[in-house]
Design a binder for this molecule. Structure first.
Ligand code: TXA
Ligand code: MG
Length: 335
């Protein structure tokens, strides 16, 4: 199989791509679609056989549940048993957008979507293309990131094609993902609610909204088992990745030289102290801004992998809340 790639940059192309994607999804096929966080590998969330294909294509372990994507709160409510007051509040503030709410599942959601569990993760993505496809289908879409299991998530159609182009019938090109890292996953089935996976909607933004709910406090999960996305060694490039702080070029060079790592074909991703002593193509500069950094990070990691990097050195990030989701992904990539 070779994936057809459809672009969406004119209204006519957009409509054609919506119709083609919906047609395949109705037929129980799996297609790659753009979302604002990362590209998703989508199937009809109510069709157990279609969802089974996602696990097979990705090589995903059966114990890892899949997020269900909806277009609107009404559809979200049909996926869960009880859309709580807290769910109303968070959805009102952050949907459509990069927040997944874990809630008690409805019976209509197949077992393989929830990995046999009693909860389901639901998200209303803001990307207009996936919204249009969900509305056209009028069923929710189960969609993990459109990469092979344990690889870096794709933030454009070319990334998807490189990993899955031979395994799926359609990749829709909706441009570069605007958020760039996966959604924040918030478990509302436990008290207090728990952030299972940090993202660009960070704990303080959630707390600001939750503050209006009495006695609302957060815990950030440290238990890997509640959400397999929290397993160490996830989101990994092929190269060894290290996060370093350096004063200047000499300092960076000597840290690399003195490290125990393979230093041939070393790439540097920097935001503040830009190294000069490397070939230009081995240095990526991303602005010192959390949103810009998140948007560009995975594309830079994909680029390093494609160039055969052995070592990727990333300049350490600030410790403020806006950077926490990105820091989490770097920690995993370095694990
Ligand atoms: O931004 C995103 O969330 C992207 C786009 C495509 O929407 N999707 C994504 O899916 O990152 P995936 O499968 O790569 O990561 C989903 C994460 C996993 O860590 C999974 O364990 C967790 O969400 N998750 C899903 N359903 C859950 C549930 N019912 N309970 C706990 N964790 C859940
Ligand atoms: Mg993933």
């Amino acid at each position: 199989m070779t994936a057809e790639i459809l672009s969406t940059h004119t209204p006519a192309l957009f409509q054609q791509a919506v119709r083609r994607a919906a047609e395949l999804l109705r037929a129980g096929e799996v297609v790659a679609l753009p979302t604002e966080t990362v590209y998703g590998l989508a199937a009809n969330a109510l069709d157990e056989n279609a969802v089974a294909k996602i696990f097979e294509i990705k090589g995903r372990p059966a114990h890892n549940p899949i997020i269900v994507h909806v277009a609107g709160n009404e559809m979200a409510k049909r996926c869960v048993q009880n859309f709580s007051t807290a769910a109303e509040k968070f959805s009102k503030s952050f949907w459509p957008g990069p927040l997944t709410l874990v809630l008690p599942r409805a019976e209509t959601i197949p077992d393989n979507v929830t990995a046999g569990g009693a909860t389901v993760g639901v998200r209303w993505p803001s990307h207009p293309f996936i919204q249009a496809v969900i509305r056209e289908c009028s069923f929710p879409l189960a969609a993990p990131s459109a990469n092979l299991s344990n690889q870096i998530s794709p933030t454009n159609a070319a990334h998807v094609r490189a990993q899955l182009g031979g395994k799926i019938p359609l990749i829709v090109d909706g441009g570069q993902s605007q958020v760039g890292i996966e959604s924040t996953v918030l478990d509302l089935t436990v008290s207090p609610p728990r952030i299972l996976r940090p993202g660009m909607i960070h704990a303080e933004s959630l707390a600001a909204v939750a503050g209006e709910i009495s006695n609302f406090k957060f815990q950030i999960s440290n238990s890997a088992l509640r959400s397999p996305g929290l397993l160490e060694k996830h989101y990994s490039p092929k190269a060894k990745l290290v996060v370093l702080v350096w004063q200047n070029d000499t300092d960076l060079q000597s840290q690399i030289r003195n490290s125990k790592f393979e230093t041939r074909n070393c790439f540097v991703i920097a935001h503040t102290k830009i190294p000069a002593g490397f070939p230009a193509e081995n240095v990526s500069v991303i602005p010192h801004d959390a949103e810009a950094f998140a948007r560009a990070l995975y594309a830079e990691l994909h680029r390093c992998d494609a160039a055969g990097a052995k070592l990727i050195v990333v300049e350490a990030l600030p410790e403020s809340p806006e950077w926490s989701g990105i820091a989490d992904r770097l920690r995993r990539a370095a694990a």
